[in-house]
Design a protein around this ligand. Sequence first.
Ligand code: NI
Length: 245
Amino acid sequence: MGLKKGRENPLAHVESPQRNAAGLAAPSWNSAGSRNLPASVGFRDSYYKVETSLPFIALTFDDGPHPLNTPRLLDILKKRNIKATFYVVATNARAYPEIMRRIIAEGHEIGNHTVTHSNLTTMSAAGVRKELIDAHESIVATTGVAPRTMRPPYGAITSAQKKWIREEFGYPSILWSVDPEDWKKPGSSVVTSRLVRGASPGGILLVHDIHAPSIDAIPSAVDQILARGYQFVTVTQLLATDGKG
Ligand code: NI
């Protein structure tokens, strides 16, 4: 897709960022330029968030695509021109290739979340490698776009695994800074308030787009986070801000 892959650094001139009403540093470009923000896979083996005071935040959705909930989510995001990152499970990617293509066509990013959604810490290196290769190839086969980051199922991954996965695949392992535990079905308003309360510059929000109540939580959550002055970016866009501003 059209993300800039050059080495130039448009963030370099953001030395004295303006502060907006929420007291957050304002980016020097508007949200309409989101798609042209620089992208990066960062320089660390894994990320829970990135170090920045700029008001960028990443919304990530795991375990889909889901035939009903993911399209409904995409409508919500499209209406607000928000770009997100989808950590898809390859079995679902293969089952719903048209939704995969819609995710990409609408400017979102797709990451590798394995094929069988197993705990990688219990698997051999060969087993982990097969999971990641097969999922990578399924994503490329359905969308034509290679994933650039991975998320380990359950967030379970060892330091050694992070290191060799980074070396072999180029993937940083993407964890999260906010987990509203939406999979426990605490109710949409609880998920909303946990996401809003947890929002911080450089943060990574975890949601599952396979659960209908999680989708119900999104409009209010994103509207409140936007009202606080944040801009939603994809994970590789967020990684490009690491250590900047
Ligand atoms: Ni998952």
